[in-house]
Design a binder for this molecule. Structure first.
Ligand SMILES: Nc1ncnc2c1ncn2[C@@H]1O[C@H](COP(=O)(O)OP(=O)(O)OP(=O)(O)O)[C@@H](O)[C@H]1O
Length: 721
């Protein structure tokens, strides 16, 4: 099942003028009488031409809160009670109506998706309890948190109680959980409203030029529904997420603090876009981990139903931002989500809980985040698969597809259109996460015999080298310093100073990478002048990087070329005056349109006549060579800068080799580590599903800290320089 994407165009605000309206909802040309499913917007470079984006449904300026809820969210509630998790998230530029859609106003008619969802959940709970004559009991509990500047804060905690680092997040049985979050039971809508209103006071909002009450954080509300019938317990969760909006700081006139927030919001949204891009290109690595928001949202990774509400402003001043959002949504709608319900469990066989409240899972069963196509969703037994066939509910919400051949179900016609759900025996439930093909823990080393056939001479050599290094490390660690070879305080001080220098270089590099990231953001938006500025800011951090220098040179040439073209010819050409973004210029190559973009004036999809640079998130198949080459070089550059850090000292390298071996026996030999800490480190590495590349990163691992790293180094001070 794909992510269901619905667009909502907000009404004009007081200061906006009717004549500036450029975004409209339209029915599909093949079904002119149907409810709108197309967003139409002019090409910024040629107003005579319109782009059309098709979604599951589109709501125009007149759509009410009730219509949006009844058509899009209400049908998901019955699935929630059948054990499916439901994720609803609002996406859009700042000031486009996300909070209005999700939270809404206080008047009954103005209430948004969230209060209506809760009201619907309580109504259904009461019905179930009545129909089963009290045999089934339903409990509702909620947690509510925000992700602000990439840190997670419990909105049930007052601002004074917040710790600067926020709450940690962990992967647990394929789900991302926030550790230490308050969960409040709420037995009635009144209860909920009181809690929700109190918590919203703690949300980070402030006035920006584009929105007087702009959300400066992503807000995540989780409503846990627990149904208990005798010993059987079924738990499912509805998550309603109000994302912060992306914003262009040149338009918002943000001050320093707002700029920091904005950079963090933009970064997380940028990572989200990259995740969506990577999923649609079926890449092996989906960069979920690069921001907390993407880790928590786990788009394309979570099971159940996902609905994205794309909020749009109707006016010209948002033109390029709107196109960017439409392109993002166009990609998102193609993401497949596992339609798998949470299996009930039985009270008689409780899972042991760890101290942190997270059920303990053996390391070998941990699953890294993977693109869906690459994950192994295996039902443990045939009986379980057969059971699935019997138990799977009738799918009344069968509209998540844009493929022309499937029967389109229009808003308002969702319920009662049931098709028997085809059992998907190969899928696993989110609550079980015990696949028969589990990712082997890196702690367990494969034997030579098992792997020998598939091993090349090179890999055998590498393995021997690693083994030798491990042995040497062991010897080095256990070696006692011969008497009289203690290093002098002077040498020790110099070693520490050297390490400090490396650490300083590392944090400067992180700052440089931020500029690089922003440069890439501007590049994909076609804002080349701004992109160049960002590259210039990044340059001092990577002075010797040839790729970066070349990139800047090419960009400068491109800007010059465009300047040339833009300059009025002797015949007196008309300069481009209408662009909201001074940097925006079409690319100098033909672009395939995204598949849902077609000429609005004719029913048949066709290739636009003009050249443009709008499809930021393009499918591999449709990406033209030049564009592909461009984005490849961007990725290559980012990769080269991310993965070539400042030189590390032999001691640091040595420590990292031991840490990355994930061998508890070796790690515990490091000074100040011990068995428990070694296990914690291996645990953290397994959760990261990556290597630690630098000692600074090592210092950030839970339970290590920079002091811990220093001690490890001290332990080696006598045996290696
Ligand atoms: N459908 C709507 N009907 C009436 N007013 C709306 C609607 N959608 C948005 N608005 C108004 O538009 C303004 C901006 O909306 P809102 O604050 O919800 O935007 P946002 O996308 O959440 O912005 P940010 O990302 O900055 O938090 C508000 O004044 C809101 O009341």
């Amino acid at each position: 099942m794909s992510v269901r994407v619905v667009a909502r165009i907000r009404p004009l605000l007081k200061q906006e003028l009717e004549k500036d309206t450029i975004v409209e909802a339209a029915p599909n040309v093949s079904e002119p009488l149907a409810t709108p499913s197309i967003v139409r917007i002019p090409n910024p470079k040629n107003e005579a031409e319109a782009f059309s984006f098709q979604f599951n449904s589109v709501y125009d300026q007149l759509a009410t809160q009730q219509q949006v809820f009844d058509n899009e969210i209400a049908p998901t509630v019955k699935h929630l009670f059948k054990g499916f998790d439901v994720t609803i998230f609002a996406y859009g530029v700042t000031g486009t109506g996300k909070t209005h859609t999700m939270r809404g106003g206080k008047l009954l008619a103005e209430r948004g998706v969230i209060p209506r969802l809760l009201s619907s959940i309580y109504r259904r709970s009461r019905k179930i309890e009545k129909d089963t004559e009290g045999d089934t009991k339903v409990d509702v509990a909620m947690s509510y948190y925000e992700i602000y500047n990439d840190r997670v804060f419990d909105l049930f905690e007052s601002l004074e109680k917040r710790t600067p680092a926020g709450l940690p997040i962990r992967d647990n049985n394929g789900k991302t959980v926030v550790v230490g979050l308050t969960e409040r039971p709420c037995t009635s809508l009144k209860d909920f409203e009181t809690l929700y209103d109190q918590a919203n006071v703690n949300r980070s909002t402030s006035a920006t030029k584009l929105n007087a009450h702009s959300s400066r954080s992503h807000a995540v509300l989780c409503v846990k529904v627990t149904q208990v019938t005798g010993n059987e317990v079924r738990v499912s969760t509805a998550s309603a997420i109000d994302l912060a909006g992306s914003e262009d700081n040149r338009r918002t006139d943000n001050g320093k603090e707002r700029m920091v927030e904005s950079a963090s919001i933009n970064k997380s949204l940028f990572v989200l876009a990259q995740c969506v891009e990577a999923i649609s290109k079926k890449q092996n690595r989906i960069p979920y981990r690069e921001s907390k928001m993407t880790r928590i949202l786990s788009l394309g990774q979570n099971n159940g139903l996902t609905v994205m509400i794309l909020n749009l402003a109707p006016v010209r001043s948002y033109h390029l931002d709107t196109l960017s959002s439409l392109n993002f949504a166009n990609r998102t709608k193609k993401i497949e989500v596992n339609e798998v319900e949470n299996r009930p469990f039985f009270r008689t066989a409780p899972k042991p809980e760890s101290k942190s409240g997270i059920p303990s899972v053996p390391l070998a069963n941990r699953q890294p985040l993977r693109p869906k196509a690459l994950s192994h969703n295996v039902v443990p037994s045939k009986e379980a698969a057969d059971k699935d066939k019997v138990e799977k509910p009738v799918k009344a919400f069968s509209v998540y597809s844009d493929k022309p051949k499937t029967t389109a179900v229009r808003p308002g016609h969702l319920s009662g259109q049931g098709h028997p759900r085809i059992a998907e025996a190969h899928k696993r439930t989110s609550s079980e996460a015990v696949p028969t093909i589990s990712r082997p823990s890196k702690v367990l080393k494969p034997t030579m015999a098992a792997k020998s056939e598939a091993m090349s001479a090179k890999s055998i050599e590498e393995m021997i080298e690693r083994k030798v290094a491990e042995k040497l490390a062991e010897q080095a660690l256990s070696a006692k310093l011969p008497a009289g070879t203690e290093i002098s305080p002077d040498v020790q001080a110099r070693l520490i100073a050297l390490e400090r220098r490396v650490i300083d270089q590392e944090s400067a590099r992180a700052e440089g990478l931020q500029y690089l990231l922003m440069a890439k953001q501007h590049t994909v938006r076609g804002e080349e002048v701004s992109a160049l500025k960002m590259y210039q800011l990044a340059l001092p951090y990577f002075p010797d990087n040839q790729k970066l220098a070349q990139k800047m040179l090419k960009l400068q040439e491109k800007i010059n070329r465009k300047e040339e073209e833009r300059r009025p010819k002797s015949g007196g050409g008309v300069p481009l005056a209408e662009d909201a973004d001074e940097d925006y210029q079409p690319e100098a190559h033909d672009d395939e349109p995204d598949e849902s973009v077609f000429d609005a004036r004719s029913a048949r999809p066709r290739r636009p006549a003009v050249r443009r640079n709008l499809s930021v998130f393009r499918d591999e198949a449709s990406a033209p060579q030049t564009h592909q080459a461009d984005s490849d070089s961007e990725d290559e550059l980012a990769h080269s800068l991310m993965h070539t850090g400042p030189d590390q000292t032999p001691r640091s390298k040595h420590i990292l080799r031991i840490i990355n071996s994930r061998d508890v026996a070796q790690i515990r030999l490091l000074k100040g580590v011990g068995a428990k800490k070694a296990e914690m480190i291996v645990n953290a590495l397994c959760e990261m599903d990556d290597e630690v590349r630098h000692v600074t990163e090592l210092g950030r691992l839970k339970g290590v800290g920079s002091k811990g790293v220093e001690r490890m180094k001290e332990g080696l001070a006598g045996v290696m320089a």
